[in-house]
Design a binder for this molecule. Structure first.
Ligand SMILES: [Zn+2]
Length: 440
């Protein structure tokens, strides 16, 4: 390159004034063409010709934006396309979206950063509150964010009686310890389906958050929309009563009878629900939506800043660079809720897994499934492509938990393991007490 510049410079020195002007104009035109081409280049087709490299003309723009095989940053991919069903509509308003049950191997930092919370916020929260290093498996955490994605408050349910709340106050989080003095009482509520599950459960006396807990506990076993009139349920709740009012409650066990078949979910001391045999109810997920691993061409980054506008242009998924036509797999069992061409997303598939999880696959070349289709983990759902707003062949993959995009490469995925050893025998002893109470 340097050699070329030197040659041009030498030739330029030997030129007449007219020649110099013509040469200068040509140079300017070439430069203008390059810039113009780079600015308007928007591949829409499925051809395999790699996009024009823009690296020679835009050296000031950061790599993550111009990297081939990604989306242009100013075109966010759709994130509200997944149709809501009746359960979402009716109980959605009161559900806390950011909640998490601590699993083995988690740290507070690993939990919060996988939800896209900045590590500086995690530091602010923990540096003055060392007790937070003691979170334990099975404890429930929840938090709220402001519109910029900054952590505002964090709640740690230490035990049934104690909840610690950390509220942001400028650059510090102040701790409040709430100890509840009410009395916990077990209640069994039973009902028969007449209309939807939500209305029948309300008629039986369950609150919205209790209905949410039931649908979550049974999400891997049962499709709530398949319940029929006459199906029966029984729910064991531990409710705290203070001044005659129910303050909060915990689901201990649930039995659902659908067309004569019984489904159970019973809470174990690890905060998760298991069936009558102590088998885990969650189905395992694949980490990668492809049979082999491909290079990440653009990482998950909910706080990505647009280098020119300075605005937050979140990248809610991971881009994997791969040749057009590579098989794309469903990462878990579920139901296809979107399978269509969708503007910037190109050919687009979304899958719902149970009640809390969904995955999205974009820029596909060919869709191999239909909306409403039930699929299993590992099923081929599409062939990858370069459709929609895409600067090169790649798969854009998103994982959503409780209506929030998380980093698919680091998120804690549902596991299908059952209980073993002492954990299992403790659980079986507990289940032996709970099951007889779940009468219909
Ligand atoms: Zn992407």
């Amino acid at each position: 390159m340097l050699q070329v510049v030197r040659t041009i410079a030498l030739k330029y020195n030997n030129m007449s004034r007219a020649q110099r002007l013509t040469f200068g104009a040509l140079l300017f035109l070439t430069w203008a063409m390059l810039v113009w081409q780079a600015a308007i280049y928007q591949p829409q087709t499925e051809d395999t010709i790699p996009p024009i490299s823009t690296t020679t003309t835009t050296s000031t723009v950061d790599d993550s934006q111009t990297a081939d095989n990604a989306e242009p940053m100013d075109q966010p991919t759709p994130d509200d396309d997944i149709p809501k069903d009746e359960l979402d509509e009716k109980i959605g308003g009161e559900v806390v979206p950011n909640e998490y049950v601590v699993s083995s191997g988690d740290t507070l930092s690993s939990i919060l950063t996988q939800f896209g919370i900045d590590s500086s916020d995690v530091y602010l929260l923990t540096n003055k509150n060392p007790a937070l290093a003691n979170i334990k498996i099975g404890q429930q955490l929840s938090w709220t964010l402001n519109d910029d994605g900054d952590l505002q408050s964090f709640t740690w349910a230490v035990s049934r009686r104690e909840t610690r709340v950390y509220q942001r106050n400028g650059n510090a989080f102040t701790e409040t310890i709430n100890t509840l003095k009410g009395e916990w009482k077990n209640n069994v509520l039973t009902g028969t389906l007449d209309g939807s599950f939500v209305s029948s459960a309300r008629a039986a006396g369950l609150t919205n958050s209790e209905i949410h807990a039931v649908t979550k506990a049974l999400q891997w076993q049962l499709d709530f929309r398949k319940l029929r009139k006459g199906d029966r349920f029984s729910v064991l709740l531990s409710r705290e009563v203070l001044d005659g009012k129910s303050e909060q409650s915990q689901l201990i066990g649930v039995r659902m009878q659908n067309s004569g078949k019984d489904y159970y979910a019973i809470l174990s001391s690890d905060g998760k629900f298991y069936d009558r045999e102590g088998s885990g109810l969650a189905k395992g997920f694949l980490r990668y939506p492809t049979p082999k691993q491909y290079k990440v061409s653009s990482p998950f980054n909910p706080r990505r800043l647009h280098p020119i506008t300075g605005r937050v242009a979140p990248h809610k998924g991971v881009d994997f660079s791969m040749p057009i036509g590579s098989p794309v797999l469903a990462v878990g069992d579920g139901e296809v809720v979107v399978a269509k061409f969708s503007g910037a997303a190109g050919n687009y598939v979304a899958i719902r897994h149970g009640r809390q999880y969904s995955t999205r696959y974009m820029h596909l070349n060919k869709i191999l499934v239909k909306q409403g289709q039930k699929i299993k983990r590992g099923d081929r759902i599409a062939l990858s492509g370069n459709t929609g707003r895409s600067t090169g062949p790649h798969l854009h993959f998103e994982l959503w938990v409780n209506d929030q995009a998380v980093n698919p490469l680091t998120a804690t995925l549902p596991r299908s393991e059952g209980l073993i050893g002492k954990d299992r025998s403790d659980y079986m002893a507990l289940a032996k007490e709970v099951i007889p109470q779940l009468h219909l």
